[in-house]
Design a protein around this ligand. Sequence first.
Ligand code: KIV
Ligand code: ZN
Length: 386
Amino acid sequence: MERIQIFDTTLRDGEQVPGCKLETHEKVEIAKELESLGVDVIEAGFPISSPGDFLSVVEISKAVSKPVVCGLTRAKKEDIDVAAEALHHARRGRIHTGIGSSDVHIEHKFRSTREKVLEQGVSAVKYAKSKGHEVEFYAEDAGRADLDFLVKMTQEVIAAGADVVNIPDTTGYCLPNMYGKRIAYLFEHVKNIDKAIISVHCHNDLGLATANTMAGLANGARQAEVTINGIGERAGNTSLEEIAMIIKIHKDLKMETGIISERLYDLSQMVSTKMRMPVQANKAIVGKNAFAHSSGIHQDGFLKHAENYEIINPSDVGVPSSSIILTARSGRAALRHRLELLGINLEGQDINVVYEHFLQMADLKKEVDNNDLRVLVANLPLLQKP
Ligand code: KIV
Ligand code: ZN
């Protein structure tokens, strides 16, 4: 089994989302829950960006003991100095420094040249390394970088002391096979690649963040950068719960993480509430509908044998149970099941009568609830045809 490191950036890339800003005490609460969830690295903030971010990195460094605590920097000495100081109390601190690697970033963001950004990246790694923390280097926009330049950059930052090299698909541009091939190419061409962990950090602009992350892992990367509920810049980052459950369900991948999956749902709710960012109902793993069955055919199949329509046991992700939603698409099996849960056992003609009136009600209402059913059953004598 290959152990995949889970690097959580909910409190950095996730918190960059407009409206998701958190107070330091809220970040500390989330960081403690991330520790209990079993993440390996917590990216706690971007210390030079504001006094609040600095304080959060300090307080998280004090509050957690198992995960590595990481602070983001640009490839600048002043950023690295501030991050190193913020991480002072961390049992294991990591400085995450880096610079653009694609020509579009080099020309239009840094107005620089490949040679100069390479030199700046290498110097930043050496300087960060001198601070006594672990060092992770990010080659920003690696998804669109010239591959041979990316090889050169990766090789040189590893030679300069980087413990981890992050290959971000910053703009969510890559297709899974493209991204996977990029990672494979690095493994084939970077001579000292065995001296560092290769990390994948994908954005979801085309809805491919999870697929790309899995492609990166399948091609040798051993760290996945993720956020709870997939929150993050623009369309978001790769979602932690999806990667953790893909790896758990597909044993044939021969990968494992340290995630205690039973804690996923509660933490998803906590992050959603604190960041005022609702989870979409059909979100994989933690959405309201992830274990809800509403069509008659599915409900009947599910009630006969849950595995007919569920590949994950809800309790494995901390959801107490699956649910059967009673709508106009529901059949008798679902109705009977719900009535039984309410302690009502109807036989023969009675169930047919209630079902007929249930359908009329369901056509008027989106969902029929327990109270509606109790009223229907109480009125059964009136509903019976003479
Ligand atoms: O998406 C990205 O490239 C990033 C880096 C700062 C790691 O978030
Ligand atoms: Zn990012």
